[in-house]
Write a protein that binds this ligand. Structure first.
Ligand SMILES: NC(=O)c1ccc[n+]([C@@H]2O[C@H](COP(=O)([O-])OP(=O)(O)OC[C@H]3O[C@@H](n4cnc5c(N)ncnc54)[C@H](OP(=O)(O)O)[C@@H]3O)[C@@H](O)[C@H]2O)c1
Length: 266
């Protein structure tokens, strides 16, 4: 069996730029066939042509607006019926960086539709097949803003917190299977999303901004290491462990069935 047949097809959403385009490049270089999803057909076609020529892999593009229910269904139907798919990277995401009272409900709903509804429906499209075949990899791209919120990221942070907790639940659900599920929490990375969000990446201290290649290398290294939670820019392993342990400890401490004494004493 050739390498390509063994690896199967990786679906990458948001492959027309940034992390998604580099993920496509690196996975093609390993021998994955690809299904690439985004709205900008010209970008996808240029990338697909390059990757086919460079690596000899099969690349299929699905042009779709993942914030639009009909397009989302089209993508979900396509990938749910493709047994060659061994990996889904839910990478597409959008942001509006603005205080909630200074943006529109439409902009807020766009984040919810793409970052929450989109990833959920696409995960639903592949997970039954992964489960039946007891094989497959799901990577959900969240953000460090899934752990934290700023005064201009309330909705974006809320959507990425969903991605983090949604993925944690799926990891519990699939923990006794061969299905691999990883959630990635990048910090600032030099992609077009900053312009999309209304802020130039140039306003950030340059030393806090990661390159696309470094971020994607970290994502795929984290996957190879078997990580459930990948924080590309956090150097302190012990801090990640302490955070996760504190989160679980706090949840356990809530299972008392009684009001805490601070609510019962005057
Ligand atoms: N860059 C950062 O600092 C950073 C930090 C933490 C997390 N992230 C996350 O990383 C992921 C990748 O973003 P990026 O930084 O690489 O930004 P990017 O270069 O702007 O890429 C975003 C991708 O998502 C696609 N997309 C956006 N809205 C879509 C829609 N309605 N339908 C279909 N595709 C859509 C875009 O394609 P089209 O426009 O062609 O549709 C594009 O390919 C996102 O989930 C983002 O939230 C980024």
């Amino acid at each position: 069996m050739s390498n390509k047949q063994t690896l199967g097809t990786a679906v990458i959403t948001g492959a027309s730029s940034g992390l998604g385009a580099e993920l496509a490049n690196q996975l093609a270089s390993k021998g994955y066939n690809l299904k690439l999803v985004a709205r900008r057909a010209d970008r996808l076609e240029a990338l697909a042509t390059t990757l086919r020529g460079k690596y000899g892999v099969t690349v299929t593009n699905i042009v779709a607006d993942l914030g639009a229910p009909a397009d989302l269904k089209k993508v979900a139907d396509n990938i749910s019926s493709d047994a060659e798919i061994t990996m889904l990277i839910n990478n597409a995401g959008t942001v509006t960086l603005a205080k909630s009272v200074e943006t529109t409900v439409e902009k807020q709903l766009e984040m919810i539709n793409v970052n929450i509804t989109g990833i959920t429906l696409l995960a639903n499209a592949v997970l039954p097949g992964f489960k039946a075949r007891n094989n497959g990899t799901l990577i959900n791209i969240a953000s460090v803003l899934g752990l934290h919120s700023l005064d201009f990221t309330a909705v974006y942070s809320g959507t990425k917190a969903y991605v983090v907790n949604y993925t944690r639940g799926l990891q519990e659900e699939f923990k006794d299977t061969n299905v691999r599920i990883q959630v990635v929490l990048p910090a600032s990375t030099d992609t077009e999303i900053w312009e999309v969000g209304g802020l130039s990446v140039a306003v950030l201290p340059p030393e806090t901004v990661m390159t696309i290649t470094d971020c994607v290398n970290a994502i795929l290294t984290g996957l190879e290491k078997g990580e459930n939670l990948t924080l590309p820019s956090v150097n302190d392993d012990a801090l990640i462990k302490a955070y996760d342990e504190a989160r679980i400890k706090l949840f356990s401490a809530s299972q008392t069935g009684k009001p805490a004494s601070r609510y019962t004493t005057a």
